[in-house]
Design a protein around this ligand. Structure first.
Ligand code: PHE
Length: 478
């Protein structure tokens, strides 16, 4: 259970993580989720493969790592969640936190829909899905476009989230992460090894790892940046919130390295698990959001005892999704508790009610029901707004805030625990955060939006930018 600590620099006393491993597991649990196992493979598939993967890795190392370290530092230094962390330094910066809360809300407007699919697939696999391999693709399409069935699963999935977050920070999240994360890693290794033994699988590895830069345009680069932020849970104050529960003596640099490393390893592992099997079965790499739900059952359908592996996979996927969505919900809940003075149960109910409405609309949009904007359904709109715009721009503002509103000295003290830990790359990190990352994100975003106009996604991205501008203008009232 959490300990109350009054820290030496007078920040408010706050619940703490029960143990170091508990924190790493929870932060890695937040990072590792549908982003790695569902989104990464299909985005890589749609974005041409190797070149996308290479650009993504470049962004993880040079932007993701630095932003995560920045978020952990801001959270622990201020002892406050997404909005409070900025507000406690300068009220005009509240909007950066509010972009994060809004991102949390909108991601939770589609994430539980996919989490519900994963949950449903445990039962579908158990109920004999693999017996008819040729029908697996059609089963998935039929399932997600059905108006009602996915809603039950989404509701069940969301309910588990609400219960975990209602129990409080270390009671629920920490315990769940500790048991379930190692299990998932193990399952993925089994699947990857299975996939690699199939004849013809080599082409999958080639697709994933040999870059063809002729496939790269502004949208691919922005997709890679968005994927890095989404997968690492960055740009929306999630890691600020988790950092705010972190003890003063923890080594932030090391924690950042471990979480970034684990997240990236799982994404690559998921790619290695998916693409060789796809190529062995001559499936389309650009299969879209159905990829894992079609490839994995198909892969295991052709193997004796495959049902067990498929079952374990979807249990693992559901659990990985849960430890992530719990952190998304926590950002919104922590905001309502800290800034709006709601009790934890009330905050959970308020956030949950909005999320269930968004999810219903998002799920229905896949069957062509409900409002569209610029010919795009709500599921895709929520995804586009957050993954392509809010997270990256949010991360940019987090860096500008840290670099320009805080002094180099206070950042150094926070990161090195008042000089107890050496961080030889401090100056490099500082330069990246203060100058390079803000400029780089701005350039990638502009390039992505411009090329987004060719594919029809531009107007929604512009909408996202306008929402951010509006929040910035309203900042003092937030
Ligand atoms: N990183 C999570 C995943 O990969 C999603 C997430 C995004 C969680 C942002 C928290 C904040 O599934």
């Amino acid at each position: 259970m959490a300990h109350h600590s009054s820290s030496h620099d007078g920040t408010p006393s706050r619940e703490n993580w029960g143990s170091r491993v508990g924190f790493i597991m929870a932060a890695a649990g937040s990072a590792v989720g549908l982003g790695n196992i569902w989104k990464f493979p299909y985005t890589a598939g749609e974005s041409g493969g190797g070149a996308f993967v290479l650009i993504y890795l470049f962004f993880v190392i040079f932007i993701g790592f630095s932003v995560m370290l920045t978020e952990f530092s801001l959270g622990r230094k201020t002892g406050r969640a997404a909005v409070g962390a900025f507000k406690s330094v300068d009220k005009r910066w509240s909007f950066t936190g509010v972009i994060g809360v809004l991102s949390g809300l909108l991601i939770m407007g589609f994430y539980p829909v996919v989490g519900g699919w994963a949950l449903a697939y445990i039962f579908k696999v158990g109920g004999g899905l693999l017996n008819e391999p040729s029908a697996i693709g059609a089963t998935f399409d039929g399932f997600i476009t059905n108006p009602l069935e996915p809603l039950y699963w989404m509701a069940a999935y969301l309910l588990v989230n609400l219960l975990v977050v209602a129990k409080g920070i270390s009671g629920g999240i920490e315990k769940a992460g500790k048991v379930l994360m190692p299990m998932l890693f193990f399952i993925l290794i089994i699947i990857a090894v299975k996939g690699l033994t199939l004849p013809g699988s080599g082409k999958g590895l080639e697709f994933l790892f040999s870059p063809d830069f002729s496939k790269v345009n502004g949208e691919v680069v922005l997709a890679a940046l968005g994927q890095a932020f989404f997968s690492l849970s960055l740009g929306m104050g999630c890691m600020i919130t988790y950092g705010s529960y972190l003890k003063k003596k923890e080594n932030l640099v090391q924690n950042t390295a471990i979480v970034t490393g684990m997240d990236t390893a799982v994404a690559l592992l998921a790619g290695i698990a998916m693409f060789p099997a796809m190529f062995a079965f001559s499936m389309e790499p650009a299969a879209g959001p159905g990829l894992v739900f079609v490839v994995v059952p198909q892969l295991f359908a052709e193997m004796t005892g495959g049902m067990i592996f498929a079952l374990i996979f979807f249990i693992g996927l559901t659990v990985a999704a849960l430890t992530s969505s719990v952190s998304l919900l926590e950002v919104v809940v922590a905001y309502l508790i800290d800034e709006k003075q709601l009790s934890r149960p009330k905050a959970v109910i308020a956030a949950g009610s909005v999320m269930v409405l968004l999810c219903i609309m998002a799920s229905l949009s896949l069957g062509g029901v409900g409002p569209t904007l610029f010919d795009t359904g709500l599921f895709d709109i929520f995804d586009l707004l957050t993954d392509k715009i809010f997270l990256a721009i949010g991360g940019m503002f987090i860096c500008i805030f840290a670099g320009w509103k805080l002094s180099k000295q206070e950042l150094k003290q926070e990161i090195t625990n008042d000089g107890e830990i050496s961080f030889p790359l401090f100056n490099l990190w500082y330069g990246l955060v203060k100058y390079v990352i803000p400029v780089a994100v701005a350039i990638v975003a502009i390039g992505g939006i411009l090329s987004g106009f060719d594919s029809g996604k531009g107007p929604i991205m512009i909408l996202g930018i306008s929402i951010i501008a509006l929040l910035a203008l309203l900042s003092k009232k937030l």
